[in-house]
Structures are given as structure tokens and as C-alpha cells.
Ligand binder design. Sequence first.
Ligand SMILES: Nc1ncnc2c1ncn2[C@@H]1O[C@H](COP(=O)(O)OP(=O)(O)OP(=O)(O)O)[C@@H](O)[C@H]1O
Ligand SMILES: [Mg+2]
Length: 291
Amino acid sequence: MWTNRRESLTSSPPNNRLEIKRVSVAFGRNLALDDVSFVIEAGERVAVIGTSGAGKSTLFRAITRDIGVSGEVRLGGKEIHSLSKRGLREARGLIGRIHQSYNLVPQLPAGVNAALGDVGEMGKTRTLRTFLIGPEAALAKRVEAAMERVGLAGMSATKTANLSGGQQQRVAVARLLVQKPGLILADEPFAAVDPVTTERVLDALLELNGGGASLLVSLHDVELAKRFPRVVALKEGRVAYDGSPESLSKEKLNDIYDGDMETNPKESDEPDEPTGPDVTRLKGQDGISAH
Ligand SMILES: Nc1ncnc2c1ncn2[C@@H]1O[C@H](COP(=O)(O)OP(=O)(O)OP(=O)(O)O)[C@@H](O)[C@H]1O
Ligand SMILES: [Mg+2]
């Protein structure tokens, strides 16, 4: 099943349902995640909010088994933390990640970083070739299309370190477009980018979501989170809210942010007036334009 990744992605995959069951993570005496449970159905899009230190990044690292947990994390029914090394590699191949710090190799050309989205499909030799010489023709074409999609046409040869923060974030998204993952984990992908880039990055993530990928995005911007059909809030490692943005009251938000909206400067008293596409109303590819 895992090896049929591309096929299963195009035919509404049953294998990217994410089940988080009674997950706890402790760092010494600090319980970073405390009995967290929720399910993300295949193709869902969910915003994760919470104050600094609430456990958002820890949750993402628990899903990818970058840290050990007590409890279960199931992706497509397979328990990530009990998979063999090989099984884990295959499972991770299904997961596309974006981090606040981009996770790119700064010394490589941008296009090679984007091409590495295909690394799960490559053998060792092709991976090495991509590193040293660059992607082969067919892959280079997909990379160029992805770079164009994120507004970086013609910049594949530019050294990644010479790109701005926002441009690097877009390379990370281009890498996802090449990878076509079944589950996208984006940890504060908009933290270091301007509003226009935010919309562009969000748009590309939604396109992948429209193609069947589940989308889990951690955000500090509550207004942006409210444009997702489902919001999960963490507070001190526990799920403090899981539901629609409409039911997320001011009182609840105050509780989530400890009554300190300083940590969340983008929440306003204005009535909801999203500036970009309302993610909650988008279905599939509808409303998503190609750039
Ligand atoms: N490697 C680690 N070692 C020790 N403690 C850690 C480690 N990683 C995270 N923590 C602690 O776990 C808690 C949750 O941290 P986490 O990074 O998940 O928060 P977060 O919600 O992502 O915060 P932010 O919004 O600032 O990114 C914090 O108390 C943090 O100090
Ligand atoms: Mg974090």
C-alpha cells in the first residue's frame, strides 16, 4: 500500500487518516503534550493554535516520530511509533513538512531543494545525482512548474542562501508540490513571510489539500486560523478546543491565550472580514487559481 503512493493519492487515498490517541510527551518533568487525542480525516484541513510553549511543534514532531511518545499515532491505520525503520521511512515519505525555518539546504540551488521533494521516489544513486548535478529532465520540468506556481519562475539555479526568507518559504512549498504528500504538517509556515506571500503559500497548500492531502497547519494568527473549517487549540499540552471557528468564542480564545491577547496581536475586535479566500468555504480545487 505504502509503495503505491502516487496512485493512492490520485484516487482519494484511504491511507492518510491521522489518528492521535492519548498521546503524551514529557521533557523531564515538563509535560509538553498531555493526553492529546483527535482524528484528522483524509483530506481535512485543520488549524492548530495555542500560545508559545503550548505544544504545537511537539505535536508535529510526535506525528513524525522525531520524538518518542506514550500513546498512539496512526497514519492510515499504521502506528508510527511501532513501525520498523523501513516502515517509518515509507510513512514519512507520505508526510510533507514545512517549518518556520524552511528546512532547506542553503548551499544548494533553490531548484535542487525543490527537487528533493521527490527523494522518497528516488534510489540512492538518483538522490546523489540530484544533489551533485541537479534533477534529471523530467523532474526538472516538474520542479520548474512548481517554482513557477509559487512565483519563483526562473530562480531554480539561484543559491538558496541568497533568497529572502519569504522566497525560501516558497521553495519549501515548491518542494511539497513536487512531493505531493498525503499529509502536510506545516508548523508556523507564515511566521516569517509578508501578507502577500502568506496568501500565496496558503493557496498552494490548499491546492495540495484539494488534491487529497490532509493539511495540519499551526498558526499564531487567529484570524487566519478562523479561515480553516476546523480549529484545534492546545493549552499547556492539552486540547483546549476542537471545533468550528464559528463556535470559537471570545471567552474561549481568552482562556486559550490566558487572557493575554498580547501573545496574539492579530486577533481584532472587528467583525470577521477575511482578506483572502475563505478556506472554510473552499471545496476541492474550487476557487484556487493557478499563478
Ligand atoms: N527538546 C526539548 N527539550 C526540552 N523541552 C522542550 C523541548 N522541546 C519543547 N520543549 C518544551 O515543551 C513545551 C512545548 O514546546 P513546543 O515547542 O511544542 O511549543 P509551541 O506551541 O510550538 O510554541 P511556539 O509557538 O513558541 O513555537 C515547552 O514548554 C517547551 O519548552
Ligand atoms: Mg513551535
